[in-house]
Design a protein around this ligand. Sequence first.
Ligand code: ADP
Length: 199
Amino acid sequence: MHPRIEVTKGDITEEEVDVVVNAANERLKAGGGVDGAIHRAAGPTLQEELDRRYSGCATGEAVVTAGHGLPARHVVHTVGPVWKDGTAKEDELLTACHRNALRCAAEVGAGTVALPAISTGAFGYPVERAARVATRAVVSALKELPEIECVRFVCFDDGTKQAFRSALEVTLKEMSWESEEDERPGDSRPSSPVWMGSE
Ligand code: ADP
């Protein structure tokens, strides 16, 4: 089975997937943005589970809970980096977020995962740059996680959706070129394991 990546516009709390990824904070306390929306939709038992099981989550790491009142079965909470100036390991930490979130999703047997545009709201990451980092991290993580069938970036507005669509296109070209060069010189078959989804 080939993994798939899609980019859509919508409210991630409505996604009927196995795992919704939350852009959480290190204290794992309900905040604003997508985190606030997820907590409101999931209900207070989500915070209760977080408080019972975890004392916090470092930037770049991920933890998992049940989905509570969400249609999703689980929530994977990951903490994205706060944007400073691009020299504070922001790209490495955002890559780690995506890799660890998908590993966590695979550990609970997820086939479908919805991701928000982590760090691009209150944490101030430039959207185009975040989209490049996120799409590269997901394409590369999926190569090692064949059980995940579909990853959907659920963007809240048109600008973010466009940035993720463009970034995904560039990333897929880059990655398929690399793997053709590296693994199959002279072979013209499409080598990317990822298809671009439609809305
Ligand atoms: P961070 O603190 O990681 O920057 P934010 O929640 O402030 O997280 O923003 C991350 C992204 O999530 C932003 O693009 C924001 O517009 C988007 N967002 C906010 N609410 C939702 C939602 N309900 N569904 C999907 N994306 C959302």
